[in-house]
Design a protein around this ligand. Structure first.
Ligand code: F6P
Length: 362
C-alpha cells in the first residue's frame, strides 16, 4: 500500500499573471516531493477556496515536468478581483467571506499555504492567514518590481526583455521612416520596466511616473538629436506617467474596472505638435506578461520555490522569500509590503540614464 504523505501544503497564484509563475510551481512541487509532502494547487487564487467543494488539483512532479517551466501564465489560474474581505456579491453588496477561506484551508487539511503574489495579493493573504489562523509563506511576483525587501520579483526580467525587444524592433522602422516612435510600457506606479528597457533598448527619452515631465524638455531633446543629423528618436513612456495637468490617463472597462492606459498616445500627440515630427505610438501591454520566462526569471522562480518549501520545513511562517545580494533570503511579509519600491531618483540607473544623455523629461 502506498504510504500517505506526511504533510499537505497548498499553493496558489494570485493577482495578475506574469512569466515565471509555472517555474515557481514546478520548483515548489519538486522540493515538496523531496520531503514527501503532497501539494494541492488551488485554482484561481483565493477563488478556489471560496467555492464548495474547494477547487484544487493535486500536483505531482510528473505534472510539472518538461514544458511547464517554459510556459507563460499560470497552470493554476489566478484572479485580481474579489478581495475575500469585501467580495462583490450579485446583489451589488460587498461581503466579508474570509471565514470561508479559513474553512476551506481546514477542510483540505493544509499545513501551510504558499502564496505567489504581488503586494496587494500578499497583503490580503497575510490578513486571511491572521484571521483564519493558517500558516503562510509568500513568493514575490510582479512585472512592476515594486515590492520591498527584494531586488527582483518573478516576472520583471521577462517584462523588461519584451519591452527591450519592442524597442529593438521599433528602431529600424523609426530610422527607415525618420519617425519618433513612442513605446508605452506597463509598471503601474513604478517606472522600473520603462527605465530598464529604455536603457537596454537605446531610448532617447524615458518618461517615468516618478519624474513629472515637461514637453518642452522632451521636444528640445528630439530637436537636439535632429540637429546632430539623426532624424528619428525612441521614446519610452511608463503607463502611470501623469499628463501635463497632473492627471493619470486611464481606461475604464465595461465592468467598471479602471486601468492605466492612454498616456503613450497623449505623449505622442504632444511630441508631434511640439516638434512637427511624424510620430507613431506602440503599446506593449499584456505581451509583457504572457510569454515564456527569461532564463533569469526561471532561475529566480526555482530558487524562490525551493526556499519557500524549506521555510515550511523549518517552521518559519509569515515570511516572504526575497533576492538580496546574489542570494535567496527570507523577510517578514509585512516589511516587504510596507517597503514599496519606486524608482530611486538618486540610484544607479537614473544616474546611468542621465550620463548617457537620455532625457528623463525634467
Ligand atoms: O501589476 C501588473 C500589471 O501588469 C500592471 O503593470 C498593469 O498596470 C496591470 O497589472 C494591468 O492589469 P490587468 O491585467 O488587470 O489589465
Amino acid at each position: 500500500m502506498a504510504s500517505l504523505p506526511s504533510k499537505r501544503i497548498g499553493l496558489l497564484t494570485s493577482g495578475g499573471d506574469c512569466a515565471g509563475l509555472n517555474a515557481v510551481i514546478r520548483a515548489v512541487v519538486y522540493r515538496a516531493a523531496k520531503y514527501g509532502w503532497q501539494v494541492l494547487g488551488i485554482r484561481e487564487g483565493t477563488q478556489g477556496l471560496l467555492t464548495r467543494p474547494p477547487e484544487y488539483q493535486v500536483l505531482k512532479p510528473e505534472d510539472v515536468d518538461g514544458h511547464v517551466m517554459r510556459m507563460g501564465g499560470t497552470i493554476l489560474g489566478t484572479t485580481n478581483k474579489g478581495n475575500p474581505f469585501a467580495f462583490p456579491m450579485a446583489d451589488g453588496t460587498l461581503k466579508d467571506r474570509s471565514a470561508e477561506i479559513a474553512g476551506a484551508v481546514k477542510e483540505l487539511g493544509l499545513e501551510a499555504i504558499i502564496g505567489i503574489g504581488g503586494d496587494g495579493s500578499l497583503a490580503i493573504l497575510r490578513q486571511l492567514a491572521e484571521v483564519g489562523g493558517f500558516k503562510l509563506v509568500g513568493i514575490p511576483k510582479t512585472i512592476d518590481n515594486d515590492l520591498g525587501m527584494t531586488e527582483m520579483s518573478v516576472g520583471f526580467d521577462t517584462a523588461v526583455a519584451v519591452a527591450t525587444e519592442a524597442l529593438d524592433r521599433l528602431q529600424p522602422t523609426a530610422a527607415s521612416h525618420e519617425r519618433v516612435m513612442v513605446l508605452e510600457v506597463m509598471g503601474r506606479d513604478a517606472g522600473h520596466i520603462a527605465l530598464n528597457a529604455g536603457i537596454a533598448g537605446g531610448a532617447d527619452v524615458i518618461l517615468l511616473p516618478e519624474i513629472p515631465f515637461s514637453i518642452d524638455k522632451v521636444a528640445a531633446k528630439i530637436n537636439e538629436i535632429r540637429a546632430q543629423g539623426r532624424n528619428f528618436s525612441l521614446v519610452v513612456v511608463s503607463e502611470a506617467v501623469k499628463d501635463q495637468a497632473g492627471g493619470a490617463r486611464q481606461v475604464e472597462f465595461a465592468d467598471g474596472q479602471k486601468r492605466y492606459g492612454g498616456i503613450g498616445h497623449y505623449v505622442g500627440e504632444l511630441i508631434a505638435k511640439a516638434t512637427g515630427a511624424e510620430t507613431r505610438v506602440t503599446v506593449v501591454g499584456h505581451v509583457q506578461r504572457g510569454c515564456p520566462p527569461s532564463a533569469e526569471d526561471r532561475v529566480l522562480a526555482s530558487a524562490f520555490g525551493v526556499h519557500a518549501v524549506d521555510l515550511i520545513a523549518e517552521g518559519k511562517f509569515d515570511r516572504m522569500v526575497a533576492w538580496q545580494n546574489r542570494k535567496v533570503v527570507d523577510v517578514p511579509i509585512e516589511d516587504a509590503i510596507a517597503g514599496y519600491q519606486a524608482v530611486d531618483l538618486d540610484g544607479t540607473l537614473v544616474k546611468t540614464a542621465r550620463a548617457l544623455g537620455i532625457c528623463l523629461g525634467d
